[in-house]
Design a protein around this ligand. Structure first.
Ligand code: 5GP
Ligand code: ZN
Length: 153
């Protein structure tokens, strides 16, 4: 169920978001993962698992939206699939329906944050030239003030 009020995820149990079983045992044949789709060393997988606190603004069965720790605009929310994909290109090709769920969650957050009238920006930084720093697919939802030109040169 979507949550309306921001909450902090510190109290959430550490479970694998893919299979909802207790995490801690590496998936058979897949080094570095609790279970398929969950990377131990991935920051955003750890937020999904409740191991790292975040201010969650919306949660659905397959997606999570939480405030960016270093906001670049009055509203700066990250929207992710709970399952691990390295970037939006990988996500979009492997699971277009899940990519669509990420967009639907972003739209719902934009509406809840009052961004639909004045507008907002949705960015998927991808790879080195795209400036991606966290390699778990995520959309930046930015708004709440004029955002200026799309790119500065
Ligand atoms: P990227 O550069 O990969 O597109 O964006 C990564 C984003 O993750 C950055 O905007 C950064 O501020 C945010 N970020 C990094 N670490 C954390 C964290 O621990 N919590 C939250 N909420 N955001 C983070
Ligand atoms: Zn991840």
């Amino acid at each position: 169920m979507p949550r309306e009020a921001p909450v902090t995820s510190t109290a959430r149990p550490v479970t694998c978001p893919s299979c909802l079983r207790a995490a801690g045992r590496p998936a058979r044949g897949r080094a570095g993962a609790y279970h398929a789709g969950v990377e131990i060393d991935c920051l955003f997988c750890r937020i999904v698992a409740g191991e790292i606190p975040a201010t969650i603004v919306r949660e659905t069965e397959n997606t999570l939206a939480f405030r960016d720790i270093g906001p670049k605009a009055p509203v700066h929310v990250l929207v992710i699939p709970k399952e691990h994909y390295a970037d939006v290109a990988t996500l979009g090709q492997a699971d277009p329906a899940l990519a669509g769920e990420v967009l639907a969650t972003a739209a719902a957050v934009a509406e809840a944050e009052g961004l639909l009238v004045d507008g907002f920006r949705l960015i998927f930084n991808t790879g080195g030239y795209g400036g991606q720093e966290v390699f778990h697919a995520h959309a930046h939802l930015l708004g709440g003030a004029p955002l200026g030109p799309m790119l500065s040169r």
